[in-house]
Design a binder for this molecule. Structure first.
Ligand SMILES: [Ca+2]
Ligand SMILES: [Ca+2]
Length: 246
């Protein structure tokens, strides 16, 4: 199948989390689409309701996931909440503004007719201006993995100009990618053992993963799927910090 020769559906994905107190809820909106394949389903079709703050504090609730309109005929892509398997138009994660540590897993799934979906996939943050309301020290990035689990790339949503992740598909069917939205405060990231303080114990955990060929290594602090000098420098920058008091 040629690029753009078949129907592709656009699914809007919304990640809801609580931002800084002054900002209240801070909805980040993500969209997946196929380039060069204009779709009759406009993203605004999927404008989601906002979760209120008290509701968000209860944590993730699958009952709050709204189902998008039924899929079109032909080939299309969907974003699925990895831990519920539901079609995803709205979701949120509990978000502690004093020690943000959010990992939001999203599966990208291709469905439709043979031979499958082809084209340039674009996964993008459509309201990046909202990041200006968050603490500038927080890391906000996307990681993408291939269907087989191989790391495919990182997009730093702080520094990206277009806030888009692009990759090519050829005759894809089923789950074709896993994307993680990660929002982390550097001190919390460096506290590898979860003790609340960055100490020698965390350094030892990093040493154990040093340059190891691991899938999603826990000691990868900066999201490039490697444990190397940049992670060590980040740990050093947060040495003895008390994540519980930030
Ligand atoms: Ca620690
Ligand atoms: Ca790293």
């Amino acid at each position: 199948m040629k690029i753009g020769s078949k129907l592709a559906v656009i699914v809007a994905v919304a990640a809801w989390f609580e931002g800084a107190a002054a900002a209240g809820n801070l909805p980040l909106h993500f969209r997946i689409s196929l380039e060069q394949a204009p779709n009759p389903f406009m993203p605004d079709t999927f404008r989601a309701i906002a979760a209120d703050r008290s509701d968000a504090r209860k944590g993730y609730d699958p009952l709050d996931v709204l189902q998008p309109p039924g899929p079109p005929t032909g080939d299309y892509l969907q974003a699925m909440s990895t831990d519920t398997g539901r079609q995803l138009t709205i979701d949120y994660r509990p978000f502690d503004p004093t020690a943000p540590d959010v990992t939001f897993p999203i599966d990208i799934v291709a469905s439709g007719q043979n031979p499958g979906v082809s084209g340039a996939v674009v996964f993008e943050l459509t309201n990046s201006e909202l990041l200006e309301d968050t603490n500038a020290e927080w890391m906000v990035y996307l990681k993408r993995y291939e269907a087989g689990g191989a790391f495919a790339g990182k997009l730093d949503l702080r520094t990206s100009q277009d806030h888009k992740m692009r990759w090519l598909l050829s005759d894809a069917k089923g789950t074709l990618a896993a994307i993680l939205l990660i929002i982390r405060e550097p001190c919390a990231a460096a506290d590898l053992d979860g003790s609340g303080v960055v100490t020698l114990a965390d350094l030892e955990l990093m040493a154990a993963d040093w340059h190891a060929s691991l899938s999603r290594p826990a000691a990868d602090l900066d999201g490039d799927d490697k444990v190397d000098l940049s992670d060590l420098l980040m740990l050093a920058d947060n040495w003895l910090c008390d994540c519980r008091q930030n």
